[in-house]
Design a binder for this molecule. Structure first.
Ligand SMILES: NC(=O)c1ccc[n+]([C@@H]2O[C@H](COP(=O)([O-])OP(=O)(O)OC[C@H]3O[C@@H](n4cnc5c(N)ncnc54)[C@H](OP(=O)(O)O)[C@@H]3O)[C@@H](O)[C@H]2O)c1
Length: 403
């Protein structure tokens, strides 16, 4: 059984990966126009339940926006080369999974990119950097080894980046572990909350000044549970006493409102909170116990229909990171790749609102989520969350937050 589990989707994905890596891209210009290159053979694989859901959305009227066709996403990504050369992107959690594939897509399409990847595995980083060099030899790729569940380590990583960079274009946050126990970090935060919220919020507050300085694209993306916002427990932001069943909604709202708080302080930066759908990454392999066995069995049996292919997921995440569909609330110059279609609807219900909560397809969360968030906004939760995070950072580091 286990042998089959390991064999099924990984081999599919690896076959696709090796196809891509066998076709070397010589120059960024060639990359953008290489019609031979089919990044994820998307239209064949793009089927099953995700596709069915999309079909239902196009037939049954819903309060969601129409999904962007994958062809438009690929077209937009291929035009990343129209942005100025030398884009700087920071990928936190790019030694595997969605971070890794999005990093590779970025490297493949951008001109003379400079990309930082942060994670714990040196061997994975060496392998990924070698692939990045093959994909784009004009880029610069820097690995910073760190366990970012600790706020003090986040500060060290930010110090290294700040010593080298004056501006940042993309901050892509996807480091996480599927920990559903009550473990805590050495700094006294629940591990799940530390990775999904506190650490990412610390990166955002520390690096926001560099994003604000960028003269072109300015975007922060956090991959967690966007569009699944639910009841927030204001007496338990770290989620210590919140039941597992309600934890997803709680963290969804916590993260989205924290992005709104950051956007208040940096309206010229745009913020995206996303749920990636089911993607067969190492995340699945790391789920422990009976739940892990159940999930892997489901993927083994129905992965073809249930999962977003890894390559396609990379394209979709690069689109979130670079497309003008998700502009900042203020100013056009930081919006990224020109987008002629409809601009996404922000969390306040305003098109182009600057903070976006989206599902795997890039669709904005619906009216129900907007109403829920509005209620918490009226209760002052946006600033409460900001103050709570600051107080935790002060407790841990003895210093005030970066902003
Ligand atoms: N895949 C899915 O189906 C799925 C579904 C829903 C939500 N998500 C969300 O999507 C995000 C990305 O998931 P994924 O599928 O890319 O996961 P993944 O394949 O397990 O990758 C997670 C990345 O985070 C890094 N990481 C984990 N703990 C770290 C730590 N303490 N310090 C530094 N880096 C750390 C890992 O690198 P090292 O091991 O080298 O440290 C790895 O690069 C997560 O937030 C997850 O909750 C995923």
């Amino acid at each position: 059984m286990l042998r089959f589990q390991r064999q099924f989707l990984p081999t599919q994905v690896e076959r696709r990966k090796s196809k891509i890596e066998r076709r070397p891209m010589k120059t960024p210009t060639e990359k953008a126009t290489n019609t031979d290159f089919r990044p994820c053979e998307p239209l064949h694989i793009y089927s099953g339940i995700p596709h069915l859901i999309n079909r239902i959305h196009t037939i049954v009227p819903t309060n969601r926006q129409t999904m962007v066709p994958l062809a438009s996403i690929l077209d937009s990504n291929s035009r990343l080369s129209t942005l100025p050369p030398g884009l700087v992107a920071i990928f936190i959690g790019a030694t595997a999974g969605i971070g890794e594939i999005t990093l590779k897509k970025f490297v493949q399409y951008a001109r003379q990119p400079r990309a930082y990847l942060v994670g714990r595995s040196q061997s994975a980083a060496d392998r990924i950097i070698a692939s990045c060099k093959e994909l784009n030899h004009e880029g610069e790729y820097i690995f910073i080894k760190a366990d970012v569940s600790l706020i003090r380590n986040v500060d060290e990583v930010c110090a290294v980046i700040k010593a080298r960079e004056k501006t940042i274009n993309i901050l892509f946050l996807s480091a996480a572990l599927p920990v559903l126990d009550h473990s805590e970090t050495l700094e006294g935060l629940p591990t799940i909350a530390a990775l999904n919220f506190y650490s990412r919020h610390r990166f955002i507050t520390a690096l926001l000044p560099l994003l604000r300085q960028a003269t072109s694209l300015r975007r922060i993306i956090t991959i967690a549970v966007g569009s699944f916002e639910g009841p927030l427990n204001p007496n338990d932001f770290p989620g210590r006493h919140t039941s597992l069943l309600t934890l997803r909604g709680h963290f969804g709202t916590l993260i989205t409102l924290s992005l709104e708080a950051a956007a208040e302080r940096a309206p010229e930066v745009s913020f995206v909170h996303e749920h990636p759908g089911t993607v067969n990454t190492s995340f699945m392999q790391r789920v422990q116990g009976p739940l892990g066995i159940l999930l892997r069995s489901m993927v083994w049996l129905g992965g073809r229909w249930l999962c977003i292919p890894v390559e396609e997921s990379g394209e979709r995440h690069l689109f979130l990171a670079c497309s003008g569909r998700f502009p900042a609330r203020v100013g056009d110059e930081g919006s990224g790749v020109e987008w002629k279609g409809e601009v996404a609807r922000g969390t306040t219900g305003v098109s182009g609102g600057g903070v976006y909560s989206v599902g795997w397809s890039g669709e904005s969360a619906g009216l129900e989520v907007e109403r829920l968030l509005e209620g918490y906004r009226e209760k002052g939760m946006v600033e409460d969350i900001w103050r709570h995070a600051e107080s935790e950072f002060r407790r841990i580091t003895g210093e005030d937050a970066a902003l």
